[in-house]
Design a binder for this molecule. Structure first.
Ligand SMILES: Cc1ncc(C[n+]2csc(CCOP(=O)(O)OP(=O)(O)O)c2C)c(N)n1
Length: 690
């Protein structure tokens, strides 16, 4: 079918009388709504029962909300779950995963078969315990750690506003919906998220709060007495409270939210486990199978006579019709995209595909050329800023930011305007002192597509971002964290601000690349690798203190590609000592190598900007880089953990064994024994032993 034919066919579908209730006020419409919602409840009860594990309470309680949202509001097309202009739905309370799985099945997502529902929580199924993005089509983000989904949604809503400002409402005009639970709203990250969303006036963000007053321990009153409506209002949201089992009230609240100039909270009073005669309204419905007896009684109470996992045809039909509802909008969008100026359209498509375009390599080469012509003795945070001045104009998808440390993190390129409620086209976000919310919002932007988010804070505060960084790694999202002040080298701020274990802790996260460049040239090379890392997040650990430029002369090749390389070869024959270092300690290793040469000891220096790339390199490559010297010494102003994979358990480590201290940084290096002399001594001692 040609495009206009498809549009005509779609319009014909639209012209037919809808099987869905336009309003749910008539008794017949109400009855149909109830039966459709009960289909979700039945599937949730059955799947959890069969799996002997899971959370039936939330899907049963939120079934009415979901039915209204998915059949009458949400814009989506199951035949193209990646349609860029679809509305996003985030199930922030990921433990209620059966809600979204039931919806995907009922709405006709091809991969979500009834067999997958039967395989809920089984190995390899599309229905894992918590929804996993990239695993199950239709899942917008991986949720389970409470609060994250809500904060991701803020990033999605920022991405939508930004791209709409750039490409126009004809191609970018969608709403981000969130279903959040008590747990989501109790988590601290939710405060960071809602404050940012309110401040940025993200009017196309709508949070449906499953306000059931129950969590695992029992009634919410045991631990919480916040008035969420007032709380959201205080953060600049439109907020209202409704009966979450009344389809007309849900629809009316959503209608109002859609016209609001502010983000909206709809607190929906619901009963957890709605329909279960004994367990409904109690924590017993939250996180375990209801049991055969209770399920039978719930079926009777709900008037649901179909067998387990069976959805009667007259209920499946309106659900499937709801699944087809978005096709005309999707086709109309195709037409609008096709009508866009060809250059703009190509740019939009390229960005949504996550492609970098041609300009990255040229920008990197320009920076390296400049550094070859005029070497710089600067901190790597400044080197990063120098790189960003070239990268940011070359890559319009880069959206920068900082958690209130812009001048310290050096993440703002001069050309960047602030992204604000009055200018969503800006490219720099002042996240405020909200590291966790920032990291989670960045995930949301990356998941939305069209944006490569990067931001800044101090490396020691990576701990404040860690749950979101972990999820970025799990989801394989390209987000880039610039984390400066990366060791005792920050000096006088002292041990509270000096990272010691953070490098090791970050390196422990699978699929996260931790870069620690040693000079200005490595810094731009690491930026290039982070930007090219389409399916993994990165951390750039950068110094506050100045470092000499160790890489002199122009070299087009990115020497950091395999994570490590021989920076200085041994003089006069094969090395008997290999000195390994990252970041600011590479210069110390280079000085130690000279001391050793003065003592007639042949040593080489290997710069190790990225463990993960080195450990992932082919074995032969890795062996060649690590070398075969009898003595290996590593130096890094952090803890040893992780280095054994490179230097072996018999290697010597020069670094930190405990927390740092407050003082001028050069004194601290001497105080903690991270000096060329100490490294040379360690090598000599190693040679004596061998
Ligand atoms: C960060 C985090 N802490 C703890 C948990 C474990 N957990 C899962 S659900 C839940 C609370 C359940 O209460 P609520 O959010 O109200 O969900 P409901 O009982 O309504 O399903 C907890 C503590 C989690 N998933 N994430």
């Amino acid at each position: 079918m040609t495009m206009p034919d498809r549009i005509l066919a779609a319009s014909a579908t639209l012209a037919q009388p809808s099987r869905f209730p336009a309003t749910a006020t008539s008794p017949a419409a109400h009855a149909e709504h109830d039966r459709m919602a009960n289909a979700i409840r039945a599937l949730a009860m059955d799947a959890v029962e069969r799996a002997k594990a899971g959370h039936p309470g939330l899907p049963m309680g939120a079934a009415d909300i979901a039915t209204v949202l998915f059949t009458r509001f949400l814009k989506f097309d199951p035949t193209d779950s990646g349609w860029p202009d679809r509305d996003r739905f985030v199930l922030s309370a990921g433990h209620g995963s059966m809600l979204i799985y039931a919806l995907l099945y009922l709405l006709g997502y091809e991969t979500m078969t009834i067999d997958e529902i039967k395989r809920f929580r089984q190995t390899g199924s599309l229905t894992p315990g918590h929804p996993e993005h990239g695993h199950t089509p239709g899942i917008e983000t991986t949720t389970g750690p409470l609060g994250q989904g809500l904060a991701n949604a803020v990033g999605m809503a920022i991405a939508e506003r930004h791209l709409a400002a750039l490409f126009g409402n004809d191609v970018v005009d969608h709403t981000t919906y969130v279903l959040a639970s008590d747990g989501d709203l109790m988590e601290g990250i939710s405060q960071e998220a809602i404050a940012l969303a309110g401040h940025l006036k993200l009017k196309k963000l709508i949070v449906l709060f499953d306000d059931n007053g129950i969590s695992i321990d029992g009634p919410l009153a045991l631990a919480d007495s916040v008035d969420q409506v007032k709380r959201f209002e205080a953060a600049g949201w439109a907020a209202t409270r409704i009966d979450g089992h009344d389809p007309a009230a849900i629809a009316a609240a959503l209608e109002a939210a859609k016209t609001s100039e502010r983000p909206s909270l709809v607190a929906c009073r619901t009963t957890i486990g709605f329909g279960a005669p004994i367990k409904a309204g109690t924590e017993k419905a939250h996180g375990s199978p209801l049991g055969a007896e209770e399920i039978a009684a719930a079926r009777a109470k709900l008037g649901w006579s179909a067998a387990a996992f069976e959805i009667p045809a007259d209920i499946l039909a309106p659900w499937r019709a709801a699944g087809k509802r978005g096709a005309p909008a999707r086709l109309a969008w195709d037409m609008r995209l096709a009508a866009l100026d060809p250059k703009k359209r190509a740019e939009f498509e390229r960005r949504m595909a996550g492609e970098l375009g041609e300009s990255l390599a040229a920008a990197v080469a320009t920076v390296k050329q400049k550094l070859a012509e005029a070497p710089k003795e600067i901190a790597t945070r400044s080197a990063s800023e120098f790189a960003l001045e070239a990268l940011v104009p070359a890559l319009p998808a880069m959206i920068g930011g900082s958690a209130d440390l812009t001048g310290s993190n050096n993440t703002r390129a001069k050309t960047m305007k602030t992204l604000s409620a009055t200018d969503y086209a800006g490219r720099f976000i002042h996240y405020g002192v909200r590291e966790h919310g920032m990291a989670a919002a960045m995930n949301g932007m990356a998941l939305h597509g069209g944006i490569i988010p990067y931001s800044g804070t101090f490396l020691v505060f990576s701990d404040y971002c860690r749950p979101a960084i972990r999820l970025a790694a799990l989801m394989g999202q390209r987000v880039i964290h610039v984390m400066t002040h990366d060791s005792i080298g920050l000096g006088e701020d002292g041990p509270t601000h000096q990272p010691v274990e953070q490098l090791a802790a970050l390196r422990a996260i699978p699929n996260l690349k931790v870069f620690r460049p040693c000079d200005a040239v490595e810094t731009v090379e690491c930026w290039q690798l982070a930007l090219e890392s389409k399916n993994a997040p990165s951390v750039l650990a950068l110094t506050r203190q100045n470092l000499p430029q160790l890489r002199l002369g122009f070299e087009a090749n990115n020497r950091c590609t395999h994570g490590a390389y021989e920076l200085v070869a041994a003089d006069g024959g094969e090395a008997v000592v290999s000195l390994f270092a990252s970041g600011s300690e590479v210069a110390i290793a280079v000085a130690a190598q000279k001391l050793l040469a003065g003592r007639g000891v042949r040593a080489r220096v290997v710069s190790v900007p990225c463990f993960e790339l080195l450990l992932a390199a082919p074995a032969a490559e890795r062996a060649a880089i690590v070398g075969h010297a009898g003595v290996n010494v590593a130096v890094e102003a952090g803890i040893r953990q992780g280095w054994d994979a490179i230097i072996g358990s018999d290697g010597t480590f020069v670094g930190m064994n405990g927390f740092g201290a407050s003082g001028p940084y050069k004194e601290l290096y001497a105080h903690f024994g991270i000096t060329p002399e100490r490294v040379a001594e360690a090598a000599l001692a190693g040679l004596k032993e061998s």
